[in-house]
Design a protein around this ligand. Structure first.
Ligand code: SF4
Length: 347
């Protein structure tokens, strides 16, 4: 065991039940081995309220720490090993910009309900709460979008244009039903006539990691490999989702690999998502499956969390000098409402 690893283990033992380390599935194996709990965004969000530890260390990107801080009790603190590790997609939609766009859509005479993917800032989630909307994850986007459409209001889905269209298609909507918004620096370029009759308005953001997946890669692998099944995350472009054998959240991809490994069929399984997770699944099932990435695609922000940063954070928590994630009081309640609405819709 290396020196850093040993020091982390020793500190974890000293903190005992006061400390809980959570890790997103996209973390490296070096980090995952130190985690008390692992999961995707929905699984980890659901676990937060059952954790009694005083210090929650979230190995993931900034919005995940913020979401955890929204769900913790006043005597708990959330820390991030690298507070500068942020989600590139979350940065594509600020709370202020979304507020302006929602006001402009309302000024066109439309009753609008926003749905925010969990990969967004607390400031944006707060705007969604103020406008009566809900948060969603890739695991429950279908249920949350279905709820929003049932209100008979115009739905604004943000920020992921791929997840929005993949989910809308799964609910039977087609390209005539939606519009990807054209945005100016602080508002909307589209006019009322452009948005007429559209049930679903879509923010033009995306995950740069999952957007790298291409139909050509699917075609090449199908030609090269016999007996091959391909599964992707719904943050991939719609044409990729259409060309594969199944699409779903991180937990769906993990469960699918497990099921196929138990059956030992098909022989070749291709997974299109962040590469740390694909590599972990490949190692886990290597005796039963030949598991390959659709494309090598590492998230640099997820990879910014290192054992050295985790160790430094634990040492700073012990000294009392670590900075916990803080939430602006004005944003706390509306953002909690948007998160809670998701948990209520999907319970
Ligand atoms: S993989 Fe994509 S969605 Fe996930 S944290 Fe990285 S940039 Fe954000």
């Amino acid at each position: 065991m290396n020196d850093v690893r040993q020091k982390i283990s020793a500190l974890r033992a000293q903190f005992g039940k006061k400390l809980c380390i959570l890790g997103h599935h996209y973390q490296t194996e070096a980090i995952i081995q130190h985690c008390d709990r692992t999961g995707d965004s929905l699984e980890l969000a659901r676990q937060i309220t059952s954790i009694d530890a005083q210090y929650l260390v979230f190995c993931g990107v900034y919005f995940m720490g913020e979401a955890a801080a929204l769900l913790t009790r006043p005597n708990q603190q959330v820390f991030l090993p690298d507070p500068h590790a942020d989600c590139m997609m979350a940065l594509m939609a600020s709370g202020c910009h979304v507020h302006n766009v929602l006001c402009e859509i309302q000024a066109m005479g439309k009753d609008v309900v926003p749905i925010a993917y969990v990969n967004t800032s607390v400031g944006l989630k707060a705007q969604v709460g103020v406008f009566g909307g809900a948060v969603c994850t890739s695991a429950n986007a279908k249920a949350v979008l279905s709820w929003a459409l049932s209100t008979n209001k115009t739905v604004l889905f943000l920020p992921d244009k791929h997840l929005a269209r993949n989910t809308a298609r799964a609910l039977g909507l087609n390209a005539d039903d939606w519009q990807i918004l054209r945005l100016s620096g602080d508002g909307l370029i589209d006019k009322a006539n452009d948005l007429k009759q559209k049930r679903l308005l879509i923010w033009p953001g995306c995950c740069p990691i999952h957007s790298q997946m291409r139909v050509q890669d699917i075609q090449r692998l199908r030609a090269e490999l016999s007996n091959c099944a391909i599964y992707v995350h719904p943050e991939c472009p719609p044409e990729v989702v259409e060309a594969c054998d199944g699409a779903g959240s991180t937990s769906y991809l993990i469960k699918t690999a497990e099921k196929l490994a138990k059956k030992s069929l098909p022989k070749n399984v291709v997974i299109g998502t962040e590469s740390n997770l694909v590599e972990r699944l490949r190692q886990r099932h290597k005796d039963r499956l030949a598991l390959l990435p659709l494309k090598e695609a590492y998230c640099p922000d997820m990879n910014a969390i290192t054992e050295q940063k985790l160790l430094t954070l634990l040492q700073n928590i012990q000294r009392g000098t670590a900075q916990p994630v803080t939430i602006k009081e004005a944003e706390r309640e509306p953002a909690q409402n948007a998160l809670q609405r998701m948990l209520t819709i999907t319970q």
